[in-house]
Ligand binder design. Structure first.
Ligand code: HEM
Length: 114
C-alpha cells in the first residue's frame, strides 16, 4: 500500500526538519566556543581538540547537515516563490540532486578540498 510516508517528498521534509533542528541545537554550543575568544589561551586549548578524529567526524556531520538543509530549503523556497508552472523539476528531481550535492560537499570536506 502506498502511504504518504513512502513518498520521496516526505523524506525530504523529514531530512529538512531534522537537519534544521540539529543545526539550531548546535548554535548555542558554537556561540559558547566563540565566547572563549575573550581568553585567547583558553580558545587555543579548546581548538586543539579539533584535531581529534571524533571532532573531525562531528565537523563532517555539520557540513552534511548544513548543505542538506540549505539545498532542501532552497527547493522549498523555489516551490513557494516561483510560478508553479516553472517549478516542475524542483518538486521531485531537486530532492535527489540536493541529497547528492550535500554528499559531494561531505566528501569534499573529508578530502580536505573545502
Ligand atoms: C543555509 C541556508 C538556509 C536555508 C536556505 C534555509 C531554508 C529554510 C526554509 C525555506 C525553511 C522553511 C521550511 C518550511 O517551509 O517548512 C527552513 C526551516 C527551518 N530552518 Fe532553515 N535554512 C537555512 C539555514 C538554517 C540554519 C543555519 C538553521 C539553524 C541554525 C536553520 C534552522 C531551521 C529550522 C529549525 C527550521 C524549521 C524546520 C521545520 O519546521 O520543518 N536553517 N529553513
Amino acid at each position: 500500500m502506498k502511504t504518504a510516508r513512502s513518498h520521496q517528498a516526505y523524506w525530504a521534509f523529514l531530512g529538512h526538519r531534522l537537519s534544521g533542528l540539529a543545526l539550531a541545537l548546535f548554535l548555542p554550543a558554537h556561540f559558547y566556543v566563540l565566547g572563549m575568544a575573550l581568553d585567547e589561551a583558553r580558545l587555543d586549548r579548546f581548538l586543539k581538540l579539533s584535531e581529534m578524529p571524533a571532532m573531525k567526524f562531528g565537523e563532517w556531520g555539520l557540513v552534511l547537515l548544513l548543505t542538506l538543509h540549505m539545498f532542501f530549503g532552497l527547493r522549498l523556497l523555489t516551490l513557494e516563490l516561483l510560478p508553479w508552472s516553472s517549478t516542475r523539476d524542483a518538486r521531485l528531481a531537486w530532492i535527489g540532486w540536493g541529497f547528492a550535492a550535500s554528499m559531494a560537499f561531505g566528501f569534499a570536506f573529508i578530502a580536505g578540498v573545502i
